[in-house]
Design a protein around this ligand. Structure first.
Ligand code: SF4
Length: 381
């Protein structure tokens, strides 16, 4: 296993909950300073467990981290310096939303001056009809303005886009992606719209108030985006992620490499020392535990061999592929032999190939990655 350890901080606040979102978010901004203080308490409390770790990446995500006043964020960053060894951080990302960047003229400069060296901008689309469908707070004008503002201080910018929306056709999705390439955004994450239970769009789907794009159309848009970005010089380094060389997300690569990371904040997940856990997905409970100087963990458990193998296959197949020698050392099993017949089906039908000792999915394979992963993991024993 690689030894780059990352820090993830979850800021759970959003202006309102978007109709497709199933992340843990809250909208009561009066709780911001209390949660900030408890994230600091959590970092202090955990620090003795990680005194011999030199962290390599930091990722502040959410929710919407850009919603909290910079002075609150600064307190969290100061506590990281005080309690953890972040002297060798080579990537420090914050997720931001366009409306916050447009409304606060100093925010991006403050981020740049505080050591944050990468911005992940939640653009989602450059078409107003898509943004309205997604119930986002920003419009196309704010999206473009926020990119311009970020570019004054940052080269290392990532934007998210969502495809397969009922409001999109091939032309409109191509427009958004082309514009981001024209604006020289070095990293693009493209996600298909998913209808998660508990979301508003899922309820509308059930009530037949909207209809989902058929899989074939969603797959066509996936190929359209991938082919275009690859043609423009982007590397397709994970199912949903593309970057020009040198701009891959180091923090996320560590996740996909099954690496270790520590999460702070309500609902944040951690993976360290063969164990996984998450913090309470309830801010009131999170605050109470920390005010009593207790760790706010739930679901703390040691991964079994089967769980480790499942995670390994899932993460590696979604990104750079399975190193068959590493697999053999980790799980004492010959990958090629154990999955022989399924590997044959996948390679003969161009869903996968061997490349420099790695078994990896092709673009065709990426487009049905979940199904392929399920087939592999159902054969673990
Ligand atoms: S801004 Fe992002 S995290 Fe917040 S509700 Fe919308 S999709 Fe979810």
């Amino acid at each position: 296993m690689n030894k780059n350890t990352g820090i993830y901080i979850h800021i759970p606040f959003c202006r309102r909950k978007c109709n497709y979102c199933d992340f843990y978010v809250i909208t009561n901004k009066t709780l911001i300073s209390r949660v900030t203080q408890n994230i600091i308490n959590e970092i202090r409390l955990a620090s003795e467990n990680y005194s011999n770790i030199t962290f390599k990446t930091i990722y502040i995500g959410g929710g919407t981290p850009s919603i909290i006043p910079f002075k609150e964020l600064e307190k969290i960053i100061d506590s990281l310096h005080k309690y953890l060894d972040i002297s060798e951080i080579d990537e420090f990302t914050i997720e931001v939303n366009p409306e916050d960047i447009c409304e606060d003229k100093d925010l991006i400069r403050n981020y740049a001056e505080s050591g944050i060296n990468r911005i992940s901008l939640g653009i989602q689309s450059l078409n107003n009809s898509d943004l309205k469908f997604l119930s986002r707070e920003h419009d196309r004008r704010q999206a473009l303005k926020s990119i311009e503002k970020c570019k004054k201080y940052y080269n290392n910018i990532s934007t998210d886009i969502i495809y397969s929306l009922p409001t999109q056709n091939d032309r409109s999705i191509t427009y958004s992606v082309k514009k981001m390439v024209e604006l020289k955004i070095p990293h693009i994450s493209a996600y298909t719209l998913t209808y998660e239970p508990e979301t508003i769009i899922y309820k509308k789907l059930i009530q037949k108030k909207l209809s989902m794009k058929p899989d074939s159309k969603a797959a066509k848009q996936y190929f359209l985006i991938s082919d275009f970005l690859i043609e423009c010089g982007y590397q397709h380094y994970e199912v949903s992620n593309y970057s020009i060389p040198g701009y891959q997300s180091k923090h996320n690569l560590n996740y996909w490499d099954n690496g270790e990371y520590i999460g702070f904040g309500p609902s944040a997940h951690s993976h360290f020392g063969g164990k996984r856990w998450n913090n309470h997905k309830n801010t009131a409970r999170y605050n109470i535990e920390l005010q009593e100087n207790k760790s706010p963990y739930e679901n703390f458990h040691t991964l079994s061999k089967t769980e480790r193998e499942t995670e390994y296959i899932m993460l590696k197949l979604r990104s750079g592929g399975i190193d068959t020698e590493e697999y053999c050392v980790e799980f004492r099993k010959d990958f090629e032999n154990h999955y022989k017949s399924y590997i044959k089906v996948l390679t003969e039908n161009s869903y996968a190939r061997y490349e420099k000792g790695r078994f990896r999915l092709t673009l065709k394979g990426y487009s049905i990655a979940d199904e392929i992963i399920l087939n592999f993991t159902s054969k673990i024993y």
